[in-house]
Design a binder for this molecule. Structure first.
Ligand code: ASP
Length: 469
């Protein structure tokens, strides 16, 4: 007697030889061979071959003739071993196939505007972005997005098991001075006022240290209105971390041990050197003329991943264009021991507590200990050209918080997109983000940014001065 199963996945048919099963998924391809129709049914697990034999069931075979790629189907059939020589070693369960007994079309599909079965290298990026929900069907993109999920889950579990608390911080926030332009959001209730989307949760996470959480993390979305490049996007995701009573050593080992373990579990084919080498900023600049050196021995080897730490950064630098003094990382970075003594006389000679995590020529994270002395913090604001009044208006809350018992603290914020991009051997972060934007910041699928109605503008107390042609 054949036992009827509930839905099984394409990738598991080898477990059901001789049984009647139900598959649900998309028609990946159809081939007609010597009177037989073969379709590959695709679902989240992979592909399974289904055969329609006119000698067995003429009517069913006729319905199968209608099938086109990307139609959604439910199929009942019996799992059998494929005839000798017809096995497909490239797919899971490729020694088996399903002989169709019943077919139900759940949804038809128009011819899709891009091939979703290949790796997409031959498809124009505009089309891939416009039809992202189709582009994501290709196995390569499925793999990238699923691996991204696994990496994030690994970090979450790892940190939670070590007493870290995951805390969400607001998106509707106030300008944070991380060096990029803010995305601003007009307030309806407060005419003429704006929120800013956070360039990072930097101030919030420091305030969470004042609040006594001690160990914080967040899979944080951050927004920076920069000119986009291959490895940049208007919004990206950071594994934001902050700890009280910590040291650069502790933050660096946490990241190093967590990432090394993650790679051992999820990417065992990768080769990394441990412990990760550490380089002084000055040495890195002298030897490699960059603070993001690519230390791979063989740059053509997709499995070589060369992590390193860069330490002993200068605290400040001169902006090349404006000649204004600016922080190398951000304005909350604690100077290295003794560094603050140079603040008044030779700030450009100060060394900071900053540490950067670098991989294959990419900066994956920056972090540091933070200033907790309100007087020192005010001095830094002033050095950077802020008046005391402006500093109080923008950062009064932080300075005030530091007067109510602030623990020494520090942290880091690894970029998830870049890390997954490198581990998946992808050339840019758009390949590991489900719905990324184009190089010029557009979402071609949603057609964003877009205009809003006159009514919305009025409610927001806004008038558009100039229309983009
Ligand atoms: N907020 C910083 C950044 O986004 C990271 C940090 O200092 O923890 O780069």
């Amino acid at each position: 007697m054949i036992r009827m199963k509930g839905r099984i996945l394409a990738g598991e048919i080898s477990k059901y030889e001789g049984e009647e099963v139900k598959l649900k998924g998309w028609v990946d391809s159809r081939r007609d061979h010597g009177g037989l129709i073969f379709i590959d049914v695709r679902d989240r697990s992979g592909l399974a071959q289904v055969v329609f034999n006119p000698k067995k069931d003429k009517k069913l075979h006729e319905i199968a003739e209608e099938l086109r790629p990307e139609w959604v189907v439910a199929i009942r059939g019996e799992v059998v071993k494929r005839p000798k020589g017809m096995e497909n070693p490239k797919i899971l369960g490729g020694e088996f196939e399903v002989v169709a007994l019943k077919l139900e079309v759940l949804a038809q599909a128009l011819p899709v505007p891009l091939d979703v079965t290949g790796d997409g290298a031959d498809v124009g990026e505009e089309i891939r972005m416009k039809y992202r929900y189709l582009d994501l069907r290709r196995p390569r993109m499925q793999k990238n997005i699923r691996m991204r999920d696994k990496v994030i889950k690994f970090f979450r579990d790892y940190l939670t098991a070590r007493d870290f608390v995951e805390i969400e911080t607001p998106h509707l926030s106030k300008s944070t001075p991380e060096g990029a332009r803010d995305y601003v959001v007009p307030s309806r209730l407060h005419a003429g006022k704006f929120y800013a989307l956070p360039q990072s949760p930097q101030q919030y996470k420091q305030l969470l240290m004042v609040a006594g959480f001690e160990k914080y993390f967040q899979i944080a979305r951050v927004f920076r209105d920069e000119d986009t490049r291959g490895d940049r996007q208007p919004e990206h995701t950071q594994l934001d971390i902050e700890m009280s009573f910590t040291s650069p050593e502790e933050v660096m080992s946490l990241v190093e041990e967590m990432v090394t373990e993650m790679i051992g579990v999820l990417y065992s084919e990768k080769r990394i050197e441990t412990p990760w080498p550490r380089l002084d900023y000055a040495d890195a600049m002298k030897k490699y003329s960059t603070d993001k050196p690519d230390l791979r021995k063989d740059k053509n080897d997709p499995n070589e991943v060369a992590f390193c730490w860069i330490v002993d950064f200068p605290q400040f630098e001169l902006d090349k264009a404006t000649k204004q003094i600016q922080p190398v990382h951000h304005m909350f970075v604690e100077p290295a021991e003794g560094g603050a003594d140079l603040l008044d006389s030779e700030p450009l000679k100060m060394t900071s507590t900053q540490y950067d995590w670098v991989c294959n020529g990419y900066e994956l994270a920056s972090g540091s200990l933070r200033i907790t002395d309100p007087t020192l913090q005010m001095k830094v604001f002033k050095l950077l050209g802020m008046s005391e009044e402006k500093a109080r208006a923008d950062f009064g809350h932080l300075l005030e918080a530091f007067s109510f018992g602030v623990p020494p603290h520090g942290g880091i914020a690894p970029g998830i997109d870049r890390l997954v991009m490198i581990l998946q051997n992808e050339p840019n972060i758009r390949e590991v983000i489900a719905f990324p934007k184009t190089g010029d910041g557009r979402d071609l699928m949603m057609d964003s940014p877009s205009e809003v109605s006159k009514k919305q503008l009025k409610e927001l107390h806004l008038k558009i001065d100039k229309k983009e042609k």
